[in-house]
Design a protein around this ligand. Structure first.
Ligand code: DGL
Length: 290
């Protein structure tokens, strides 16, 4: 099974695209809605919450987990890969014959395509405060742009602390949301008016992409806005081809189970809206010792 994790609804934007490209696999989606948003929390908190979720998803039979959350990818992925995965894999080997598992993020696949899209070389990153403070996008883009594309980019980040709470509350089409969309875009473009490419560096933001595009047009600054779903989906397809050690362990009945740490009915109706098909969710508890 492939696990898709997010603090809440945002990862559904990634899951939808992944299932379009790879419909044959079985999926487990987990939204930690009870503890969302993650993006205004400390490193320690994001790391421990993400680790709880990852452990739970492995206990449910996942082989590969995608952190479909930039905040968790920026703050928790490296520590989980370096510190926790070796221990989890050692345990797996004891319990289940030769099973190996892995956790992947969404930042690396995204930065691999951004340098090929911008013409001016000026890129804006819209993300949660935690992702911005990690500097992950700035550092990774700098590395990839110079080593793979032989160019340097001017990268300007904009924290958008109100967007995820508005989306999680179902208020993303309200006047309040419009106000905060304009505010953050104006702040960013005032700092770098040469930006021609805007990365939606939070998986919740595709839900307000049409409103962002409309606001950019009304500010007289049309930009290319990039959502990550398709990019991550293509990158996962490529990864599975290159890694049969995981691919051969995956079940292929095309199923998808939805889990949330908050109210199941509320999750089902929001997810149904975001994915365009009916979804039944189950409520689970994430406890520290799975
Ligand atoms: N969707 C998430 C991200 O990509 C999380 C946002 C949050 O929980 O603050 O960063």
């Amino acid at each position: 099974m492939i696990g898709i994790f997010d603090s809440g609804y945002g990862g559904l934007t990634i899951l939808g695209q992944i299932r379009k490209v790879l419909p044959e696999y079985d999926y487990l989606y987990l939204g930690d809605n009870a503890r969302a948003p993650y993006g205004t929390r400390s490193f320690d908190c994001i790391y421990h919450y993400t680790l709880d979720a990852v452990r739970y998803m492995f206990s449910q039979g996942c082989t590969l987990i995608i952190l479909a959350c930039n905040t968790a990818s920026a703050k928790a992925l490296r520590t989980i890969q370096q510190h926790d995965l070796p221990l989890i894999n050692a345990q797996m080997r004891k319990w289940e014959n030769e099973k190996i598992v892995n956790v992947l993020g969404v930042i690396r696949p995204t930065v691999e395509v951004v340098p090929s899209i911008t013409r001016t070389g000026h890129v804006g990153i819209l993300a949660t405060p935690a992702t911005v403070s990690s500097e992950s996008y700035v550092l990774e883009l700098d590395k990839i742009a110079s080593t793979i594309y032989g160019r340097s980019l001017i990268v300007t980040q904009q924290p958008c602390p109100m967007w995820v709470p508005l989306i999680e509350a179902g208020e993303h089409n309200s006047d309040g949301a419009k106000y905060f969309i304009r505010k953050y875009l104006q702040e960013l473009l005032a700092r770098d008016p040469m930006i021609d490419t805007l990365l939606l560096g939070c998986t919740h933001y595709p839900l307000i992409q049409p409103a962002i595009d409309a606001e950019l047009a009304s500010l007289g600054h049309p930009c290319k806005t990039i959502a990550q779903g398709e990019i991550v989906a293509r990158s996962l397809a490529d990864y599975l081809q290159r890694h049969p050690e995981y691919e051969t362990q995956l079940q292929k009945s095309g199923s998808c189970r939805y889990l949330t740490t908050d109210d199941a009915e509320r999750f089902s109706s929001a997810a149904t809206l975001f994915l365009g098909n009916t979804v039944q969710a189950e409520r689970i508890e994430l406890t520290v010792n799975q």
